[in-house]
Ligand binder design. Structure first.
Ligand code: ADP
Ligand code: ZN
Ligand code: ZN
Length: 738
């Protein structure tokens, strides 16, 4: 059989849609695979190109397809590695090669490169502080904010100031006119003094931190590049550990990628890296234009920077001397892509590290079950930081049973205990954070009197509210009419739980009329950088209470916060998703971790309808080990990941009947494939997807669980080759409901 190679001549998304096809001569067959750079005839000349895909289907008449003339050997281009990675992702997660390449490669923009500009404070610190006081009395808040930042760090990239600090260029210009600052472009800027100063800010690691660094570097020195899981309680100094590792790797002429969830990529976090590494750092975020993104790509490729920090997509920075990949908050679900290929950054990072001889460091206070399981299995090396730095105690937590509150006549969202503690904080001039757990607010139904949640009898997940008063299971399709009274206790207070942050704000304001309140949720953060402004304002103690959703639990160190209230801790417990307990444990631990970061110990109040649930109890005791033991036993019992691998096959079609028939047929086809694998593989479904219809397109899912990942990949491969009318997408080991 003749094989053909699809080839692109240039690395850019535009070129992807029109690859050229060449035939593969037998003599070169074993050297050609995706990523390889080849030579081939083009018109009457010869061109160089990259193989992106190998296929047995000719696109044009075979006679017109010319053969590849040679394989370029020698140094392997960066692009080759990224294309090879894309090919692996395509195979592993299921997508077209085009989708995989588009995930990995930037859009090429022929625009003039955007110049990187820097702001330098030229006024002395004393002079600046005088000016700052003046700005503050005049309520020139933007100017004050900028000057305050520059007193801390005299050399900051302009985009960080306009972006993260939400300061206009007009404000910058006005400080320039006052002779306080100077603006310089990257070409003119070379300031060794600022670099020296930066070195001085380095924090000396404590013994525990040093031990983690030493363990990783000992392997590194022996060219043992592994995957490490740093399990460190909140405030244990993980970020300092990352920076020390980066410094060591950079010294060896290597480069580093740092993944941080976008929500945690705050000004404060970014500045810590700038303070240490200055202009060798580059930040990627989702708000960059295609042009800016392409600039970043070129900077990385040209070795203008050695460290790229950003969310999931930063993983594809074109570093050819990659030595280290760090994934902070590795348990975060945002590391999983929602679009095909539905890759997990953790897995792709490990693959990329293997390809380039780099180590991977995963960090979290609440590691994903997946990573901890793999650490226990010996795939990852586990390193722990069990104490907060400077022996600051972890906050003390207490649980308040909301059912009892109702029984004693308190219908407020705030328990009496929480109200009393908030009152205290207001008197003492300390700050409170109220966290409303809204994750997976997909409309589960519970009894406000006894806490019972209506669940599926077959799947152990809560049923979701649907139109027409129906409750449905998203895993197996089981459905019932919503009961009018609680099946357990007969109470009529049975309802879907919906309390918005706005409602909470109103109630808190009513209860504490003199308190200054800030609210952070989807509505208040829709405009550009309002997120940072709210955090900054709270950090400067412009408010006493901050109310928010998951957004408030990340990336900020508020020294004056001594009380954290978690309003409805079990919200995320009752989602139609087996990850409910894990998410709940994470959220409570992370939220609690915001308290007591300063000198005064913190206090945490966990309000819940299920005080006895193991996720809540273990979170209260901040006992990850115990939580893990309970949760992994449950996963084992139910054959859920990480004990088994899970492949979700999602079918979509605008015609419901065709979809149903096709889903049934595919299920039968899968069952046939699995005839000899009954013991180690099971297929479930088809069932309606979590959202059964979007925009008049119907969605069905089939689940396959197996210990053997390669078996699942093989099933996916065969299904991909089968003709289908419906659109089919694959998701391996989903991180949220489907
Ligand atoms: P984590 O990432 O584990 O939450 P951080 O790295 O953010 O912890 O550290 C928490 C705080 O402690 C930060 O303000 C940091 O500057 C400080 N810190 C970290 N390590 C040390 C150290 N060895 N000595 C003093 N302060 C430290
Ligand atoms: Zn009840
Ligand atoms: Zn069910």
């Amino acid at each position: 059989m003749t094989l053909f190679a699809n080839v692109i001549v240039d690395i850019s998304i535009e070129k992807l849609d029109r690859p050229f096809q060449y035939s593969i001569p037998d003599s070169l067959a074993d050297r050609i695979h995706p990523g390889v750079q080849i030579e081939a005839p083009f018109g009457n000349r010869s061109i160089k190109g990259y193989v992106i895909e190998i296929t047995d289907t000719p696109e044009i008449e075979i006679e017109r397809i010319k053969p590849i003339t040679g394989v370029l050997s020698g140094s392997v281009a960066m692009e080759s590695q990224l294309i090879e990675l894309a090919a692996w992702m395509r195979q592993q997660y299921g997508s077209t090669m085009n989708q995989a390449l588009k995930t990995v490669l930037p859009v090429k923009k022929k625009t003039k490169p955007v110049e990187r500009k820097w702001i330098d404070r030229i006024a002395t610190e004393e002079e600046s502080r005088k000016k700052l006081a003046l700005f503050e009395t005049k309520h020139a808040t933007a100017k004050a904010r900028l000057l305050r930042a520059l007193i801390e760090e005299p050399h900051i990239e302009q985009s960080l100031i306009t972006g993260k600090l939400n300061i206009s260029t007009a404000t910058i210009k006005s400080l320039e006119k006052d002779g306080l600052i100077e603006i310089s472009s990257e070409r003119t800027y070379r300031n060794p003094v600022a670099n020296l100063k930066r070195q001085g800010k380095q924090i000396a690691l404590n013994q525990n931190q040093q031990a983690v660094v030493d363990a990783i570097m000992a392997d590194y020195e022996m060219q043992k590049y592994g995957t490490y899981l740093v399990k460190g309680v909140t405030g244990s100094g993980k970020t300092e550990v990352y920076m020390e590792l980066i410094a060591k790797v950079l010294k060896k002429g290597k480069q580093a990628i740092v993944l941080i969830p976008e929500i945690a990529l705050t000004y404060q976090t970014v500045m810590r890296f700038y303070n240490r590494f200055g202009d060798r750092v580059s930040i990627i975020n989702s708000r960059l234009s295609d042009g800016e993104r392409y600039d970043q790509y070129l900077r990385a490729k040209n070795h203008d920077v050695d460290i790229i920090i950003g969310p999931r997509s930063a993983l594809f920075a074109p570093f050819d001397q990659l030595g280290l990949i760090i994934i902070d908050e590795e348990h975060e679900t945002s590391y999983k892509s929602e679009n095909a290929p539905r890759y997990h950054a953790r897995e792709v990072a490990i693959k990329r590290a293997q390809m380039s001889g780099a180590s991977v460091v995963l960090g979290s206070a609440t590691p994903s079950l997946e990573s901890y399981y793999r650490a226990k299995e010996g795939d990852f090396k586990l390193l722990e930081l069990n104490q907060r730095v400077e022996e600051k105690p972890l906050p003390s937590c207490e649980i308040i049973d909301l059912r009892e509150e109702l029984h004693s006549g308190n219908r407020s969202i705030l328990s009496r205990r929480l109200q009393a503690l908030m009152e205290q904080r207001l008197e003492r001039g300390q700050q409170t954070m109220l966290f409303l757990n809204r994750r997976g607010l997909s409309g589960f139904v519970s009894c406000r009197s006894c806490g019972t949640v209506i669940k599926c009898p077959h799947c152990d997940v809560s049923l979701s509210q649907h139109r027409g008063g129906k409750l449905m299971c998203h895993y197996c399709g089981y459905e019932i009419q919503q009961p009018k009274v609680c099946p357990e206790c007969g109470s009529k207070y049975i309802m879907g739980f919906k309390a918005g942050t706005q409602k909470v704000e109103e109630m808190v304001q009513k209860r504490f009329p003199n308190a200054r309140i800030l609210r952070m949720d989807y509505d208040t953060t829709r405009t550009k950088d309002s997120y940072e402004s709210i955090l900054n304002a709270f950090g400067n103690h412009e408010a006493d209470i901050l109310i928010g959703t998951q957004m408030i639990v990340k990336g900020h160190d508020f020294a004056n916060v001594t009380l954290v209230g978690i309003l409805a801790a079990d919200m995320s417990l009752n989602v139609a998703d087996f990850h409910g307990p894990e998410r709940t444990f994470d959220l409570i631990t992370q939220a609690a971790g915001r308290a007591g970061r300063g000198d005064i110990p913190g206090q945490v109040v966990i309000q819940t309808y299920s005080p006895d649930h193991y996720a809540i109890e273990t979170a209260k005791n901040q006992d990850y080990e115990h939580f893990y033991e309970m949760e992994i036993a449950y996963r084992r019992l139910m054959n859920y990941p990480p004990v088994r691998n899970m492949l979700v096959i999602q079918l979509t079609n605008e015609n419901e009947e065709i979809l149903n028939t096709e889903a049934e047929n595919i299920k039968i086809y899968i069952d046939k494939m699995l005839v000899n694998h009954r013991k180690d593989c099971m297929a479930i479904g088809p069932a309606d997807a979590g959202i059964a219809k979007i925009n008049d397109i119907y969605r069905k899912v089939i689940y396959i669980k197996s210990e053997k990942e390669d078996l699942l990949v093989a099933i996916k491969d065969r299904l991909e080759r089968k003709q289908a009318i419906s659109n089919i997408q694959y998701d391996f080991n989903p991180v949220s409901g489907f």
